[in-house]
Design a protein around this ligand. Structure first.
Ligand code: FE2
Length: 262
């Protein structure tokens, strides 16, 4: 099974740019490339910062772009988003009983869980008691399944000083639930605009660099330098036990030669 992870499109209103870039055009290049080159992707997840300033117009642009996108797509919220504005445009989006944009899909025996880590007014993300209870129940109901977690905010440190104060505020509560389940195979996150992988408490994680501006991976400075690189998305394949993730840059590439398989 193959899935696509897209993050941080930071869409703005028509005629506007962001750091001189056109976020909608960059997202469009990613969606077009997935459709063209990875047509057997079963699921596409966009893990937050759908817009840069939570404009209804930007959400509407996203809705219109996805109308004819043939792959099942799930949308999540990031710190640049607004829950109410998002839900006013995506009226039929799945949410939990308290209105948090949290849901899951079961595909080929894997439960894909999409978390709502947005905490308005805070630089940190959060899963409050209500959201943690939902997560606990959702994991309990999938005791016989492998699980993949999608979150905008990384749960634990990623080694970049710029993000030290901008992670999830209560990672221990979340990680204890994930470890107790025992079959959480991967955590996919956005937010950092840097491509990275590693482990938290023994569970593999991957952050995708996203489709908008990217950040230079600086391991010493608290300041972040935004740069223009090709928009990126991740393709993840599940082999029945673990996810293998590869970052793909959306750009035209010339095939130099074809080495025949043996
Ligand atoms: Fe972002």
């Amino acid at each position: 099974m193959m899935i696509a992870h897209i993050t941080d499109p930071h869409l703005v209103r028509r005629q506007e740019t962001l750091f001189g870039l056109d976020p909608m055009h960059r997202l469009d290049r990613v969606l077009t490339q997935i459709e063209r080159e990875y047509a057997n992707v079963r699921l596409c997840v966009i893990s937050g910062d759908l817009t840069d300033r939570a404009d209804a117009e930007a959400y509407t642009m996203l809705r219109e772009r996805l109308t004819n996108f043939p792959i099942q797509t799930r949308l999540m919220l990031g710190n640049h988003d607004d829950r109410a504005e998002f839900r006013s445009v995506f009226r039929d989006t799945a949410a939990d009983a308290h209105g948090f944009v949290q849901s899951f899909d079961d595909i080929d025996g894997v439960r894909f869980i999409y978390l709502d880590t947005l905490a308005p007014g805070s630089t940190e993300g959060q899963l409050c008691e209500k959201r943690l209870t939902w997560l606990a129940d959702t994991l309990t109901a999938a005791a016989d399944k492998d699980v993949a977690i999608f979150t905008h905010y990384p749960f634990r440190r990623i080694g970049l000083p710029h993000f030290e104060g901008m992670l999830l505020s209560n990672p221990d509560a979340v990680m204890s639930l994930l470890k107790a389940h025992g079959r959480v195979r991967h955590i996919f996150c956005g937010h950092v605009h840097v491509s990275m992988s590693g482990q938290w408490d023994g569970i593999p994680f991957t952050s995708s660099a996203g489709t908008a501006h990217q950040i230079l991976p600086d391991f010493s400075s608290r300041d972040a330098r935004f740069v223009a690189k090709p928009p990126q998305f991740d393709i993840a394949t599940f082999d029945g036990n673990s996810f293998r993730v590869t970052g793909v840059e959306a750009e035209e590439r010339q095939v130099l030669a074809i080495s025949a398989g043996v």
